[in-house]
Design a protein around this ligand. Structure first.
Ligand code: NG1
Ligand code: ZN
Length: 521
């Protein structure tokens, strides 16, 4: 611990700066983060000693601008760190220089941590210019508490989650190397596509927008493993453009338009990753030049429909549910409940909330509308082996489960699942899009003068309880439009209030969103 006090002076905290462990870790301009990284190295070491497992630390700011950076902690099974430790992260991050040791000892005492336990921390980073020195600060933090580190260097966020899970399950989940990841996923993908007959070259071709980030790099590495069963045409590969600038999943979803630098033919399947490749959205343009978005809700619908059918064919009586947030398009919820007859539940924004809700079911398909999500499943080989293992549906289920990154949303894994499902069912992007029609919608952000947290919400963020009168105003505005819905909530990653509205026409959705944002302001 004495070494900590020496080393921490090399990563000093600017006096007075306070930050919060938000929806997805700490996130702000990279220049404010050196001390945070060092301290998250310390915290990960404590978490490792406490859980007697390997812990992950990922340096990334996902879809934020290139100048920003951030950090997220990964728990033993590859899931996001628990809420109590998010609190410790904030506590440690905000301690002034001379009280750092005191706060550290406080956590050790509260959690009753045996400091003689060994510690192991896996570290990864995205392609931001600031990531190299910031991940070095994490490594410094770990070694100053005597922990062992493994620096994976440039990896996607979900790849690091995968490594942590592999390590702590002693190889049951796969081998903890980037190569092991490519092998596991590509094998499962090739097994699935063998079940798709007569695929044409057109069906094998996919346009991928790499957001000028780590996902592009990793897609290049993985391509040879896919043996031309998927022919990726990569744009925004980082060779010239700026990370997330006019491209990437968040840009496409929020702007509802194609990224720059992509040459889309009519009807061609396209997808965009975000800056750390844990999100994905699909899209295409039709013969009239209209842009069609296939977002997280469409992805959840495609995957859950496919899984439900396979379960029935395999004779497995397992409960399947879809988990969404308030941002899910109303049409998707209606389709899933009324037509597909699957259980739908709604949680607060933030994938950790969806992940936990999904784990309540045998199979939980969870996606945020922005394309962040995956499937959590109790299905394993033991259950499948009991179920006439030779059966086609059983084999397909087995490969599908192997293809899914069950630890966290993963753009590459999700993309391969979607490609496999479309191939097996012989569906085009248009067929997929036609499953249901999205209600026109609009998302806006409003910068408020007061603290955005004066807005408090309930019912999975669908209703505001404070400030007084706000919800009544929203209700009155919503009544003016057909098939309308609207809600507001403070963002957990930016200093803004988010406004969402949907209605029967785009004009109505735009106008309702605008009116509600005036009520917030
Ligand atoms: P906030 O800023 O709390 O709305 C955003 C996304 C989340 C999640 C996090 C983490 C929307 C509306 N919100 O959270 O879904 O992905 O960032 O990246 O897309
Ligand atoms: Zn991301």
């Amino acid at each position: 611990i004495e070494l900590v006090s020496q080393k921490s002076k090399l990563h000093p905290k600017p006096e007075g700066l306070t930050l919060q462990y938000g929806t997805a870790g700490f996130r702000t301009h990279a220049k404010h983060l050196d001390h945070i990284m060092f301290r998250m190295g310390l915290l990960a070491t404590l978490r490792s000693k406490k859980t007697k497992s390997t812990i992950g630390v990922m340096v990334t700011a996902s879809h934020n601008p290139e100048e920003d950076n951030g950090v997220k902690l990964i728990d033993p099974m590859g899931e996001m760190v628990t809420a109590a430790w998010e609190g410790y992260a904030t506590q440690l991050a905000n301690a002034e220089q001379d009280s750092l040791l005191k706060e550290l000892k406080d956590i050790i005492k509260k959690e009753d941590i045996d400091m003689s336990e060994p510690a192991s921390v896996y570290v990864g980073k995205d392609t931001r210019p600031s990531s190299a020195s910031l991940s070095q600060a994490v490594l410094d933090g770990v070694s100053s508490l005597g922990g062992k580190t493994h620096d994976y260097g440039l990896v996607t966020t979900p790849q690091l989650h995968y490594m942590v899970c592999c390590c702590n399950t002693h190889g049951c989940y796969g081998s903890p190397t980037v190569e092991g990841y490519y092998q596991k996923l590509s094998q499962a993908f090739l097994q699935l596509t063998q079940n798709a007959l007569n695929r044409t070259d057109d069906q094998k071709r996919l346009l991928v927008d790499g957001a000028n980030g780590i996902g592009a790099l990793k897609m290049r590495e993985m391509e040879p493993f896919l043996r031309s069963e998927l022919q990726v045409v990569l744009s925004n590969d980082g060779s010239s453009g700026k990370l997330n600038h006019m491209c990437g999943a968040d840009y496409v979803k929020v702007q509802q338009k194609a990224p720059q630098g992509m040459n889309m033919g009519v009807g061609e399947r396209c997808c965009s990753f975000d800056g750390d490749a844990d999100r994905i959205v699909y899209y295409y343009t039709d013969s009239k030049g209209c842009f069609h978005l296939l977002d997280g809700d469409k992805i959840a619908t495609l995957i859950s429909t496919y899984l439900k059918e396979l379960l029935t064919q395999a004779g497995l009586n397992l409960q399947i549910a879809v988990v969404q947030t308030a941002y899910a398009n109303g049409s998707s919820t209606r389709y899933l409940e009324d037509v597909m007859k699957v259980t739908v539940c709604c949680t607060k924004t933030g994938v950790k909330h969806l992940h936990h809700a999904a784990q309540e079911y045998d199979i939980g398909v969870y996606f945020e509308a922005n394309g962040h999500g995956t499937v959590s499943s109790l299905l394993n080989n033991a259950i499948l082996q009991r179920q006439s293992p030779g059966k086609r549906a059983v084999k397909l289920l087995e490969s599908t489960i192997n293809l899914i990154n069950q630890t966290v949303g993963d753009a590459i894994s999700d993309m391969l699942v979607i490609e496999a499902v479309l191939a097996i069912r012989g569906m085009s992007a248009q067929d997929w899009d036609a499953i249901y029609t999205d209600l026109p919608n609009r998302q806006l952000k409003v910068t408020v003068c007061a603290d955005r947290r004066v807005i408090d919400t309930t019912d999975a963020e669908r209703r505001a309880v404070s400030p007084e009168g706000l919800q009544d105003t929203i209700d009155t505005l919503v009544k003016k439009y057909k098939s309308a819905r609207s809600f507001v909530r403070p963002s957990g990653t930016e200093d803004v209030v988010r406004v969402y509205a949907e209605a029967d026409t785009q004009e109505s959705a735009d106008s309702l969103a605008h009116e509600v944002s005036l009520a917030v302001y």
